[in-house]
Design a protein around this ligand. Structure first.
Ligand code: COA
Length: 258
C-alpha cells in the first residue's frame, strides 16, 4: 500500500507509524485509519519488525480526533459504517501479536484518545491532553471510547470524562493509570523505543499469547480463563518454551530470536 496520510519507517526492529496531518492536528479520516491498519498488518508479517510505535507528527497533537469535516453530513448508515470500520481498525491494533506503544504528545482527543487506548502501551509527554469531547458535538465516541476508557481507568472517572468532555492532563492520566510512563516531551520517542527494545529479549510467542489472553478478558464472546488455559497448553509445543526452559536449566540467558 502506498501511504498518503502516514509515514512508515522500520529501524532497529521497530516499525514507527507517524500520523502525518500536522496542519489538521492529525485528525483521523477514514483513509488514514485504513493506512494505520495496513501498516500494522505489514509489520506483523515482517520478520524484521518486533514491535511498533504509533505517534503523531508535529508537537501539537497525537491526533485531535476523527475528521469532523469528513462526517459532518453523514446519515445513519454512513455513520454506522464509519464507526464499525473504525472499530475494526482499533481491534486490529489491540489484537496485534507484536506490541504497540502509543507515543503521545499534545492532544489525544476523541478518536485520537481511542487510538491511543487501542495500543498495548502508552508513553506520554508532559504536553499530552487526553479526552473524549464528542458530547460537545452531540455525539458519543465511535471508536470504542465508551468501552476502553472504562476498562483502563474505571467506570467512575470514565463516565465523568465522557459526560463532561473535560480534557485530562498528563499527570492526571498517569495517576489514573491511563498511561505507562510520563516523560518530558523531547523524550517521548526515545523512551518509547527503549521501553519496546526492553521487551524484545522476551519470548515473542509468549508475548503474543499474553496479549491474546488479556484481550479475551474484555471479549464477551470468549472466556478469558479458558483462553489462558488453552494458551498455556499451546506454549508447551513452542520453540520459545524449549529455549526458555533449556536456558534456565543451563544457567544461561535465553535467546528467543534466532
Ligand atoms: N477534525 C477535523 N479538523 C480538525 C480536528 C478534527 N477533529 N481537530 C482540529 N482540526 C483542524 C482545525 O479545523 C484547524 O484546521 P484549519 O487550520 O484548516 O482551520 C486545524 O486542525 C487546527 O485546529 P485549531 O482548532 O485551529 O487549533 P487550536 O489549537 O485552536 O485548538 C483543539 C485545538 C484540539 C482544542 C481543537 O482543534 C478542537 O477542539 N478539535 C476538535 C476536537 C474534537 O472534538 N475531537 C473529537 C472529534 S469526533
Amino acid at each position: 500500500m502506498v501511504y498518503t496520510h502516514i509515514l512508515y519507517d522500520v529501524s532497529e526492529h521497530i516499525a514507527t507509524i507517524t500520523i502525518n496531518r500536522p496542519d489538521k492536528l492529525n485528525a483521523l479520516n477514514a483513509g488514514l485509519l485504513k493506512e494505520i491498519q495496513s501498516a500494522v498488518t505489514t509489520g506483523n508479517m515482517d520478520d524484521d519488525v518486533y514491535g511498533f510505535i504509533l505517534t503523531g507528527s508535529g508537537d501539537k497533537a497525537f491526533a485531535a480526533g476523527a475528521d469532523i469535516a469528513e462526517f459532518v453530513n453523514f446519515n445513519y448508515e454512513q455513520a454506522y459504517d464509519l464507526s464499525a470500520d473504525g472499530h475494526a481498525v482499533m481491534n486490529s491494533l489491540e489484537n496485534s501479536a507484536k506490541p504497540i506503544v502509543a507515543a503521545v504528545k499534545g492532544f489525544a482527543l476523541g478518536g485520537g484518545c481511542e487510538l491511543a487506548m487501542a495500543c498495548h502501551f502508552r508513553i506520554a509527554g508532559k504536553s499530552a491532553r487526553f479526552g473524549q469531547p464528542e458530547i460537545n458535538l452531540g455525539l458519543v465516541p465511535g471508536y470504542g471510547g465508551t468501552q476502553r476508557l472504562v476498562q483502563l481507568i474505571g467506570r467512575t472517572k470514565a463516565l465523568e470524562l465522557l459526560c463532561s468532555a473535560r480534557m485530562m492532563g498528563a499527570d492526571e492520566a498517569n495517576d489514573l493509570g491511563l498511561i505507562n510512563q510520563l516523560v518530558d516531551d523531547e523524550e517521548v520517542i526515545t523512551a518509547s523505543r527503549s521501553f519496546l527494545s526492553g521487551l524484545f529479549s522476551k519470548s515473542p510467542q509468549a508475548m503474543a499469547g499474553i496479549i491474546d489472553s488479556v484481550n479475551a478478558c474484555t471479549d464477551k464472546h470468549r472466556d478469558g480463563f479458558v483462553t489462558e488455559i488453552e494458551t498455556f497448553g499451546k506454549c508447551f509445543g513452542s520453540d520459545d518454551f524449549k529455549e526458555g526452559t533449556s536456558a534456565f536449566l543451563e544457567k544461561r540467558k535465553a535467546q528467543f530470536r534466532k
